[in-house]
Design a protein around this ligand. Sequence first.
Ligand SMILES: Nc1ncnc2c1ncn2[C@@H]1O[C@H](COP(=O)(O)OP(=O)(O)O)[C@@H](O)[C@H]1O
Ligand SMILES: [Mg+2]
Length: 261
Amino acid sequence: MSFSTANYRVTLGGKQILKGLDITASAGRTLALLGANGAGKSTFMKGLCGLAPAHGSAIINGTELLGASAVKRAQLIGYVAQDLAHLDVRLSTYELLLLAQQGTARGWKTGKDAQRKAAEMLELLGLERFAESQPGQLSGGERQMISLALALVRSPQLLLLDEPTSALDLANQLQILDAVSTYTRAQNIVTLAIFHDMNLASRYADDTLMLHQGHVHCSGSTRSTLTPENLAHVYGVDCRALSVDDGAFTAIYPVSVLEPA
Ligand SMILES: Nc1ncnc2c1ncn2[C@@H]1O[C@H](COP(=O)(O)OP(=O)(O)O)[C@@H](O)[C@H]1O
Ligand SMILES: [Mg+2]
């Protein structure tokens, strides 16, 4: 059970954004995808979903994603996008959870199984109170939580999270990321998550990969990768790594922007 890419490339508007990435990620683990604004993190995920033109290879548990049909990709991938405008529809969260389980959009077939899974997902993420709400009428953070429920309800093998907690308050950040970690381990899926908050990456990602100028700058265990040296190189910021609670957590504190070399 694993995910890997080989010579993974994306060109947009004549500019090569990703220049041949060789990435591996293990099942049951969360890999943080880091990099400065515009590094190509969102583009990486969009290419896997068929929303950007990707070349090379990207394999989840033996199945090639690039060139696979939209239906096949939807079976394999759960995706929480950065922009959630597509949730602005006249359907309730519960209805969307049922609809998300349809392999194709040909009529409604809401069996007992789909209803049970929808209810389970609401409970897992503590979203029961939003079952009858339309996501378009909820806050950005609430939409992010519902988007995660929609990604998980189809039991994906690969979970892609694009800044999944950017609009969440502190309690919801921890609640949602705890749920993601537990789910990733329990279901033995591969989770890739884009973070801007280094402290969340430090706490929740087993492994970390930093993108820089279209290449992988470094990758490995989060402990070995999320270092002041790598952060200085990729973000141009002088950071300190601080031990919290006798080493239970490592906090990253940004001190100052570095002069360009
Ligand atoms: N449709 C597009 N056409 C041309 N360039 C694009 C398009 N979409 C994104 N880009 C460029 O691709 C680069 C990577 O974007 P993105 O993947 O969104 O970065 P990140 O998520 O790492 O901040 C940026 O320089 C952006 O301007
Ligand atoms: Mg992005």
